[in-house]
Design a binder for this molecule. Sequence first.
Ligand SMILES: *[C@@H]1O[C@H](CO)[C@@H](O)[C@H](O)[C@H]1NC(C)=O
Ligand SMILES: *[C@@H]1O[C@H](CO)[C@@H](O)[C@H](O)[C@H]1NC(C)=O
Ligand SMILES: *[C@@H]1O[C@H](CO)[C@@H](O)[C@H](O)[C@H]1NC(C)=O
Ligand SMILES: *[C@@H]1O[C@H](CO)[C@@H](O)[C@H](O)[C@H]1NC(C)=O
Ligand SMILES: *[C@@H]1O[C@H](CO)[C@@H](O)[C@H](O)[C@H]1NC(C)=O
Length: 165
Amino acid sequence: MKLHNPYFPALCSTFLHIILLFTVTLLCLQPATSTTLTNETDRLALLKFKESIVDDPYGILSSWNDSIQFCNWYGVTCGRCHQRITALELQGHNSLGGEIPASLANCTKLRVMTIAWNKLIGTIPRELGSLSKLLYFRVATNNLTGGIPPFLGNLSFLKKNFGIL
Ligand SMILES: *[C@@H]1O[C@H](CO)[C@@H](O)[C@H](O)[C@H]1NC(C)=O
Ligand SMILES: *[C@@H]1O[C@H](CO)[C@@H](O)[C@H](O)[C@H]1NC(C)=O
Ligand SMILES: *[C@@H]1O[C@H](CO)[C@@H](O)[C@H](O)[C@H]1NC(C)=O
Ligand SMILES: *[C@@H]1O[C@H](CO)[C@@H](O)[C@H](O)[C@H]1NC(C)=O
Ligand SMILES: *[C@@H]1O[C@H](CO)[C@@H](O)[C@H](O)[C@H]1NC(C)=O
């Protein structure tokens, strides 16, 4: 029996590469098929957020402009494959004043949203209850009203950390 086929390692490696490529392609394509929500919808949702922030004394959102791809905006993190926002981290003494827009409900890949320690007013939009991937949500120390919204408790694995609302 011929055990040493000289082409075997090369063939095997090519085969593995094809499998790897196929898997990576599948992983990257998968999220896009679910709905019409894309990285463009995310960009628009973030622009709505910027619009609703009427007070930004430290210019925290000044990098949120068209000359920079939105994944590189301050406080924004995107997933590598789908280029959709996975984290919005604006926590800190940023003094952002304004309301939280319902448009953020379109950022369905969001896993982390930390907007605590600002000057946000109004209520937490009911629509955010559809962010099923959200793992970590911090809004404490703002001027939000409406108490702890019960609908957020329905988010899977949500670690609520509201503090004082
Ligand atoms: C959205 O993703 C597509 C494909 O990855 C890319 O070509 C496009 O530039 C992205 N759009 C934005 C606004 O990031
Ligand atoms: C966009 O933001 C960057 C980083 O803050 C800044 O250097 C640039 O001047 C801004 N561009 C516009 C058109 O505002
Ligand atoms: C989500 O995006 C769609 C498509 O751009 C838009 O029609 C809809 O108003 C957005 N939803 C919210 C809550 O902003
Ligand atoms: C919250 O609102 C009160 C009354 O309008 C105001 O005095 C206070 O400074 C506000 N706090 C923040 C963190 O915006
Ligand atoms: C939780 O969410 C599911 C699906 O979105 C819904 O059918 C169910 O009524 C919700 N439960 C509560 C207690 O809100």
